[in-house]
Design a protein around this ligand. Structure first.
Ligand code: SF4
Length: 1011
């Protein structure tokens, strides 16, 4: 207790706040009932931790379970969680609204009419499981495993379901990542092998954000609080954003560049550091793969003459680089035809070379520095100003500020422009280049590779890699995509690339979330394309209406998961758990199935997947059952207590000891506290010296890569790490020799930070092999005179995609998505706030209200994607869904709003107090697919025409032509460089690159007859 009689909290959060009950009193905590005021009525609680499931940040929550009513009274932050440190955003406590949502789905449902007709009947879990299990078993036995697909929105866990699919031998994992974050991931992976940054904002001198990290962005609450810690310690904050976001309002420098021009600014800052010798020379010399670059440079950019100051393959202006690049397709083995074919031959030679020829090519670092100056000299402040519309003086001031950061530059780009424009990945790549120049990599106040700040414990069973390649999630046109080409699924099915017999959507709503939702409806209603659609979801959503089964799954406090995220330089593990189950077990009751404590027949997914897998292979004859079999009770199915108990006992260093000190088992410890900090201050793993036990019969190549015959030491941390190829004699890459010592290095093919990407060069993209500015699909050169850019990706801080639909506290705060329009733009159009405007895309239009503001770059418009939920029948999230009519004739689709939200009777008296009617407009329906040819990211920004609505237009009207959707899909597909034409080694994808659920290596081989 402090002198003020307040309780301080000294736990892993290491912050002293008075708001948290000390953990010793979590079994019996007393508070005054706020609703009984002014009476001083006491309420007694049992406090049980879990993890929020409303975004990817995985903040800790504490459920306050009333000991008299046995009901959850509220959720607050869990101070034992090292990532969130007891803090939450508004969505965390609003979890209470979700579990008490009167409209939620409580029982398994089967469709009774035609798909999409809105007729449902209640069925038993047994019936559901037997039907789906027999379909899957049949597909496996008949070798139709490519007809099984699991499509996840928010995983919220580390690999559980991927292992279930691996147990089935199915390469059918599909995710939402290519509509979310692949752009940034690709840029980071090209540099450091790992696809996400872990910035140390709290200790930074300068923080540079191309994201709205104080209100959204990745791991935003844990990061936001550390950004504020950094600011409180004197760090300067630079924010790039087209809108005046909440984050921008806290910045020392806020600039609003033309969308897609960010890389030009970042490379101008890089150029300033390079020309003025303000970069960390020692770091660049030791850790960049500059030697590889010098060996390749005649083929990858400067044509052998740095004096030309080339920054692109053309040797003129920075490459126009718009996505529609005409390239001659050549025979890669013919060295006489084009630059590309010469390049391929050179790369092929280099791969095999261990000879004196390469040694002769070895260049000096000084030579590289001279070349580097030439390469980036055209990225002047004036050039960046011309591209971005930001004043050159301001860019120069920002460059000077960045130069002062030294190794304490923390930076982050999440979604934002990298998810908006073609080649958005080049922005994250240019941003990380600043860290790489300053040596602010894995330093205090710098940026760490994410996997170093993450711990994924080894599970009880590890099935082998699937022996197949999923063509419908990994089509060969996108060999370098970061994740599955999920949003193309309807088009791939319409192309005739196979069908799906069992298609699971899990916490995923592609009809609403993805672009081109009407094409999704067309595919989902065609039973020849999708045999059985199973929607695993806690709530109604637009996609579930087109399912055969709707299976009610638990919300955050009703399910188990473990997770670990890169919130700062440490490794920690969080535990999501069904809080009523944990409370009952703590009180001595037996609970063996989470359905016993959840409302209705709501289940949790882990138990569902284990049971389904068991029923697919009841007798074990398919070799599948073993992966969900109990070790304690052979012949019986594994349960979640054994599953997590085993992990916490065997795979989490330090946890068994810590638990024993409190006389608890590791599982009891995690059930009691919900999180465990494994290690603090991980530091610079790349600088670790490789132990001599790992150096057996080593070989070293001409750029210092060291290969060993020693086996990789076993690790309890199975966090996915890229796997660069070994040498031709079967040794594995173990490290790089730097100044005479063998260091661990980075998980890239070169073992160093890759300024030069041999991967891009070898797979047909040699012109982008070094960080480059590329004009995007919405660059002014690519727009018609009357077109502007629509930014459609920003989050509202209190909403989260389709997950927060019936969180009444949040809905009251934010329930509409008007079109942001600058005052000067509005004056030109003759539009005022509240007026209806029509926004025309390539495939249709939507009608929305204008919001006239100074808080956006003039000429650009923006509309949050968080609104516009709809239903066609009675079932739905009534607080935030409009009732609409869908009109459909041939390729023409229309959506008309019939009524908005309004008061209604339910088990929650508050639903009679709903005062809002507007729930926004579903703009994503009018967007065609824009797959980036390299990262595979859907490029969200739209070239649109905005004009006052017509007299017949009504709010929320939508019209789309899906024939035009097909045309746009084909146009973008034509810009890819498919593996079958460009693969340097006959494989579909560079094996070293990350891929969820990697198939066995032999299935990376391209088929002799491509599908
Ligand atoms: S929604 Fe908010 S409280 Fe929940 S995990 Fe995300 S940032 Fe944390």
């Amino acid at each position: 207790m402090t002198k003020n009689n307040e309780t301080s909290y000294p736990g892993p959060s290491r912050i002293h706040l008075s708001a948290f009950p000390p953990k010793e009193r979590w079994d019996d905590w007393t508070e005054l009932d706020s609703q009984a005021w002014p009476k001083r009525k006491e309420r007694r609680y049992q406090l049980v931790p879990t993890t929020c499931f409303n975004c990817e940040s995985a903040c800790g929550l504490l459920a306050y379970i009333d000991k008299d009513t046995n009901k959850i009274q509220k959720f607050e932050g869990n101070p034992e969680n090292p990532g969130s440190r007891g803090r939450n955003c508004a969505k965390g406590p609003a979890t209470l609204n979700q579990i008490t949502d009167p409209d939620r789905i409580l029982y398994p449902l089967k469709r009774a009419g035609k798909r999409g007709e809105g007729k449902w009947e209640r069925v038993s879990w047994d019936e559901v499981l037997d039907d789906i299990a027999s379909r899957i078993r049949k597909a496996i036995v008949e070798d139709r495993r490519d007809e099984i697909m699991y499509h996840v929105g928010r995983p919220g866990e580390d690999g559980f379901t991927e292992r279930i699919l691996a147990a089935w031998g199915v390469d059918g994992h599909n995710s939402h990542t290519n509509i979310c974050s692949s752009g940034a991931r690709e840029g980071y992976q090209l540099w450091m092998g790992l696809d996400r940054p872990s910035p140390d904002h709290a200790n930074a001198k300068v923080i540079l954000l191309i994201s709205a990290h104080l209100e959204s962005g990745h791991y935003f609450n844990p990061h936001a609080q550390r950004v504020m810690d950094g600011k409180a310690s004197g760090a300067k904050l630079i924010v790039f954003d087209t809108r005046l976001s909440n984050t921008a309002t806290h910045a020392d420098y806020f600039i609003a560049p033309y969308p897609g021009s960010e890389a030009a600014i970042l490379l101008a800052i890089a150029n300033y550091l390079i020309q003025n010798g303000l970069y960390n020379r020692e770091f660049v010399r030791r850790w960049w793969n500059w030697e590889e670059y010098l060996e390749q440079r005649p083929e990858v950019g400067d044509q052998g003459s740095e004096d030309k100051h080339d920054v692109s393959v053309s040797g003129q202006e920075p490459r126009s680089g718009e996505i529609f690049i005409e390239t001659e397709k050549t025979n890669e083995l013919d060295s006489n035809k084009t630059t590309r074919s010469i390049n391929m031959s050179r790369l092929r030679r280099e791969e095999n070379a261990t000879t004196s020829q390469n040694n002769e090519q070895k260049q000096t670092f000084k030579e590289f520095e001279r070349v580097l100056k030439g390469l980036y000299s055209q990225y002047t402040f004036e050039f960046a100003a011309k591209e971005s519309g930001v004043d050159a003086k301001t860019i120069e001031e920002i460059a000077k500020l960045v130069a002062t950061a030294g190794t304490k530059l923390s930076s982050h780009n999440w979604r934002s422009v990298t998810s908006g424009v073609s080649h958005g990945w080049s922005v994250a790549r240019a941003l990380f280049m600043l860290n790489a120049l300053l040596g602010a990599v894995a330093t205090e106040g710098g940026v760490f590779p994410n996997a170093w700040n993450k711990f994924v414990p080894k599970p009880i069973h590890t099935p082998p890699h699937p022996k197949m390649w999923g063509e419908k999630n990994w089509p060969q046109e996108f060999p370098l995509s970061m994740h599955e080409m999920s949003f193309l699924l309807p088009h791939l099915l319409k192309d005739g690339r196979g069908k799906l017999d069992v298609y699971f959507t899990r916490v995923y709503n592609p009809v609403w979330t993805n672009p081109d939702g009407f094409s999704w409806i067309e595919a989902l209603t065609d039973e020849n394309l999708i045999g059985c659609h199973v929607a695993l979801t806690p709530v109604w959503n637009e996609t579930s209406y087109f399912a055969d089964y709707i299976l009610p799954m638990g919300l955050g406090p009703e399910r188990h998961d473990i997770h670990s995220y890169e919130t700062h330089d440490s490794q920690w593990l969080g535990f999501r758990q069904p809080v009523m189950r944990a409370a009952r077990q703590r009180n001595g009751d037996d609970v063996n199935d989470t359905r016993e404590v959840n409302p209705g027949e709501v289940w949790e997914e882990n138990e569902f997947w284990m049971e389904l897998t068991w029923r697919i292979d009841r007798d074990g004859s398919l070799g599948i059952r073993q992966f969900v079999e109990s070790r304690q009770r052979p012949g019986e199915r594994l349960g979640v207590d054994e599953y997590y108990g085993w992990i916490f006992e065997n795979s989490v260093p330090g946890l068994p000891e810590k638990a024993a000190a409190e006389n608890l088992t590791p599982l009891e410890f995690m059930r009691r506290y919900g999180a465990f900090e494994i290690a603090k201050k991980i530091g610079a793993i790349h600088e670790q010296t490789v132990a001599t036990e790992e150096l057996e019969d080593i070989r070293e190549d001409d750029v210092g890569r060291v290969f060993t015959r020693a086996a990789k030491p076993a690790s309890l941390n199975v966090v996915p790490i890229p796997s660069p190829d070994g040498d031709a004699e079967g040794r594995r890459l173990v490290g790089v020799r730097i100044d005479g010592e063998i260091k661990r290095g980075f998980p890239t093919p070169s073992g160093r930070l890759e300024f030069f990407s041999k991967t891009l060069a070898a797979w047909g993209w040699h012109e982008y092999a070094i960080p480059t500015y590329i004009k995007s699909h919405v660059h002014p050169d690519n727009l018609e005179k009357d077109q502007t850019i629509l930014i459609s990706t920003f989050r509202l801080p209190v909403q989260i995609h389709t997950r927060s639909a019936n969180a009444k506290w949040l809905n009251e705060i934010a329930h509409t998505n008007p079109l942001w329009l600058h005052t000067s733009h509005a004056a030109r159009l003759g539009v005022r706030t509240g007026d209806l405007v029509r926004v025309e895309t390539e495939i249709g239009y939507f009608v929305v209200r204008a919001w006239v503001t100074e808080g956006i770059k003039p000429g650009i418009v923006a509309c949050s994607h968080h609104m516009g939920r709809w239903k066609t029948h009675e079932n739905g999230q009534k607080q935030m869904m409009a009732t609409v009519r869908l009109d459909h004739e041939g390729d023409q689709w229309g959506l008309k709003r019939e009524s908005g939200a309004g008061p209604y009777e339910s088990s929650d008296a508050d639903t009679l107090r709903i005062w809002w009617n507007d729930v926004g407009v579903h703009q994503n329906l009018t967007f065609p697919v824009h797959p980036d040819p390299i990262s595979g990211m859907h490029c969200w920004h739209q070239a649109v025409r905005v004009r006052p609505a017509e007299a017949t237009d009504n709010y929320g009207d939508i019209h789309v032509d899906t024939a035009k959707s097909r045309e746009v899909y084909k146009k973008w597909l034509a810009q890819t460089r498919p593996a079958v034409e460009y693969s340097p080694n006959g494989e579909r994808r560079p094996y070293w690159m990350l891929r969820p659920l990697k198939p066995a290596r032999e299935f990376y081989k391209l088929p002799s007859q491509p599908k």
